[in-house]
Design a protein around this ligand. Structure first.
Ligand SMILES: [Zn+2]
Length: 271
């Protein structure tokens, strides 16, 4: 790197360290090599290494504990940077972005899921039975659901096999915790609706049907987390005409019948 400028060296050092973290070579919780070693590995001065470590710390990926060393805290720069960025947007904008992420994740999950992913989703769906609402934010004020966290939704993102989607989703959920606590968000899907919605999403992912996965997730996110206005009224995210609602209800009924049939067939095949 002899002929490169200082800022190029700094960028390359930052990229080198970040890659170690994002590839898992330095797993979350592990201690990274000390400064002189990193300086040796990268061929840059210790002050450049220190600067890169500080940048990664400000992104929440590393944490330096005096006298103990520097530890990997997160494999993605979710919290600090993203949350500062999201602070400039309205709750409506953030929820609409969340909606886009959920729908894309459902689609990618149908394409990329493994059998282990399906088993994990089935398990999460089974654990939710009897919940009073979709624990999508993992808060569920006062919650009998908190133990479930947003497991089903997180597993959909895991199944999508896209680290960027998953880490943006984690950032969005962090960002929604404050408005949730302030009562600005409500979860309007009942437990029964949530179970049915999740069953449809799961069924589509299981069948690797990315079109059904999208439709099932659209239907779900439009009533799982919604905004509550200053008059304590729920603001519907999308207002549909009666004809549009009828189409959705018909599709839902057809899908329910199919899920029912599938589960009967599975039960029939059981030993
Ligand atoms: Zn849900």
């Amino acid at each position: 790197m002899a002929s490169t400028t200082g800022s190029e060296r700094a960028r390359a050092t930052l990229a080198y360290l970040r890659r170690k973290i994002t590839t898992g070579e330095w797993p979350v919780g592990s201690r990274i090599p000390i400064e002189p070693e990193l300086s040796e590995q990268t061929g840059v001065g210790r002050s450049t290494v220190r600067e890169a470590v500080r940048s990664l710390a400000s992104m929440g990926m590393l944490e330096t504990l005096p006298g103990r060393g520097t530890f990997v805290r997160s494999s993605a720069p979710t919290s600090t940077l993203l949350n500062e960025f999201l602070n400039d947007f309205t709750l409506e904008e953030i929820l609409s972005y969340r909606r886009a992420l959920e729908i894309e994740a459902a689609q990618q999950a149908a394409l990329h899921r493994t059998d282990e992913d399906v088993a994990a989703l089935e398990q999460a769906a089974a654990e939710e039975v009897g919940c009073t609402r979709c624990p999508v934010l993992g808060l569920a004020a006062g919650s009998d659901n908190s133990a479930f966290d947003s497991k089903f939704h997180r597993l959909v993102f895991d199944s999508a096999k896209n680290r960027l989607l998953a880490s943006l989703y984690a950032g969005i959920n962090d960002q929604l915790r404050t408005p949730e606590h302030r009562g600005r968000l409500a979860n309007v899907a009942t437990g029964t609706e949530m179970e049915r919605d999740h069953a449809r999403v799961l069924d589509a992912i299981r069948r690797r049907d990315f079109i059904d996965a999208v439709h099932a997730m659209v239907d779900h996110v439009d009533h799982d987390v919604v905004i509550v206005n200053d008059q304590h009224e729920v603001v519907p995210p999308l207002v549909r005409t009666p004809a549009q609602q009828q189409r959705i209800d018909d599709a839902r009924a057809a899908e329910d019948a199919r899920v029912e049939e599938d589960s009967r067939a599975t039960a029939g095949n059981a030993p």
